[in-house]
Each structure stands twice: as structure tokens, then as C-alpha cells.
Design a protein around this ligand. Structure first.
Ligand SMILES: [Cu+2]
Length: 120
């Protein structure tokens, strides 16, 4: 597997949390420039992760997304579960084509834990 390109840009922090009875990413709508890094924080209600569906990402981007999810990913387009409180998953958008990436949390997808990442 090819390594993901090095990040070059800004860092954006996103919380993964349970608020009341709602599992969510905060913010759930993220706009970045390619090269920016997103740090997903396991605040509470975990385990959480970052996952994508092939139908919800730009065509042809799957290999780049898999590389960005890293060697510890659970499977294709499915990032590793963050189990430990305050664990951080760092996702670099370097190497990802511009476009819209719909993402979700594997354990909480059915509960509506999802978001949209736009790469300019
Ligand atoms: Cu979750």
C-alpha cells in the first residue's frame, strides 16, 4: 500500500461525542484545502471512527482515501476504532482529490453519526 503524502496545511479539530442521546461529529460539516489535517477526537460515547462509503466519495478517490486512513484501518474505507478516551485519529487530506466526501462512524452510522467533508 502506498503511503499517504505528507500533510502541508492547517489543522482542524473535530470532536466525536455523545451529547444527550445524539452521537455526532462536531463540526459535522468540514471544508478544507487539500493538505490540511483533521484531528478527530474521541470525546465520549465511543468507540468512534471515520469511515466512508464508496458511493459517497469522488469517483476514483478510493485508493487515496484508503492510504489516508492508514495501516491500522479496519477495512476498505473504514478507519480504526478509537476506543481510549481522548484518543485522536489524525487524517491528512494531502493527496485526496477535490470534492465531497460523506463520512460516518461505523458503530453509530445507524444512529445518524455522520458528516460531510469538502476538499477544495
Ligand atoms: Cu461513533
Amino acid at each position: 500500500m502506498a503511503a499517504a503524502p505528507a500533510a502541508t496545511g492547517a489543522t482542524i479539530d473535530v470532536s466525536m461525542e455523545l451529547v444527550g442521546s445524539t452521537y455526532k461529529y462536531d463540526p459535522a460539516t468540514i471544508t478544507v484545502k487539500a493538505g490540511d489535517v483533521i484531528k478527530f477526537h474521541n470525546k465520549n460515547g465511543g468507540p468512534h471512527n471515520l469511515a466512508f462509503d464508496a458511493a459517497g466519495i469522488p469517483s476514483g478517490s478510493q485508493a487515496a482515501v484508503d492510504a489516508a486512513l492508514g495501516a491500522n484501518k479496519m477495512g476498505p474505507l473504514t478507519g480504526a476504532l478509537l476506543v481510549e478516551p481522548d484518543a485522536i485519529f489524525t487524517f491528512s487530506t494531502a493527496g485526496l482529490p477535490a470534492g465531497t466526501y460523506n463520512f460516518h462512524c461505523t458503530p453509530h452510522q445507524a444512529l445518524g453519526m455522520k458528516g460531510v467533508l469538502t476538499i477544495k
